[in-house]
Write a protein that binds this ligand. Structure first.
Ligand code: TYD
Length: 213
């Protein structure tokens, strides 16, 4: 019988290249004969769609009383709810079928993004039922580099994509990994693309013996 798939996560501040590397990992795994899917958070589900609208500052849904702006606490709860939905709807079913799952962002995004704005302990608490990843790769880049990349590639920017905020979020990740060194493998996301991809493959081969060939 085929075993359970592995659950991989990519983390980083906006512009770190998580989406590019998620696609690369999928292709690399398929070359090793391993079926893999890429998913992302906010997810493709209904709560994920609500979050995407909220992040672009244009949430106009009946759930919002008053101004149409959501508080950071509400957004944190939406991310936590979307995560449980993502786990049940996409991650667990794939893993059970022996398919590897590569998630573009997961719990540590909430820790770094929401945890720097509001009570970190509470953010961790509302994410307590999220299943653990088998491996998390953190693509580390400076906020200044991220701003340059974002500026040159996107027309519309999310509310988190300002330099000051990105610096705080980068600090949130760094503090978290300083206290939890086993939580992720930290890679230099500012290196040329091919080098980052090579480092990603190296980290995967290190973590999973079946990929060393
Ligand atoms: P992003 O990956 O940038 O999606 P897209 O490129 O499709 O807009 O994710 C949207 C934003 O959501 C990004 O700025 C990070 C933020 N985010 C959080 O604040 N908390 C979370 O828990 C997650 C998963 C993402």
């Amino acid at each position: 019988m085929k075993g359970r798939g592995r659950f991989l996560v990519l983390e980083g501040i906006d512009g770190a290249g998580t989406t590019t590397q998620a696609g690369y990992i999928q292709q690399w795994l398929e070359e090793h004969g391993i079926r893999a899917i890429v998913t992302r958070e906010p997810s493709e589900g209904p709560i994920g769609a609500t979050i995407r609208q909220a992040l672009r500052g244009r949430l106009r849904l009946p759930v919002v009383a008053g101004s149409g702006e959501l508080s950071s606490e509400t957004i944190a709860l939406l991310f936590a709810a979307d995560r449980l939905d993502h786990i049940e709807a996409e991650i667990k079913p794939a893993l059970q079928r022996g398919i590897w799952v590569i998630s573009d962002r997961y719990v540590q995004s909430s820790i770094a993004y929401q945890g720097t704005l509001i009570d970190l302990g509470w953010v961790e608490e509302i994410n307590r039922y999220s299943i653990a990843a088998d491996l998390t790769l953190f693509l580390r880049i400076e906020a200044a580099t991220a701003m340059q990349r974002i500026g040159s590639s996107r027309v519309q920017t999310d509310i988190f994509e300002t330099r000051d905020l990105l610096e705080r979020i980068a600090g949130g990740y760094d503090r978290y990994y300083a206290g939890n060194p086993e939580a992720a493998v930290i890679l230099d996301g500012s290196a040329p693309l091919a080098e980052v991809s090579a480092a990603v493959c190296g980290a995967l081969a290190q973590a999973f013996p079946e990929l060393r060939q």
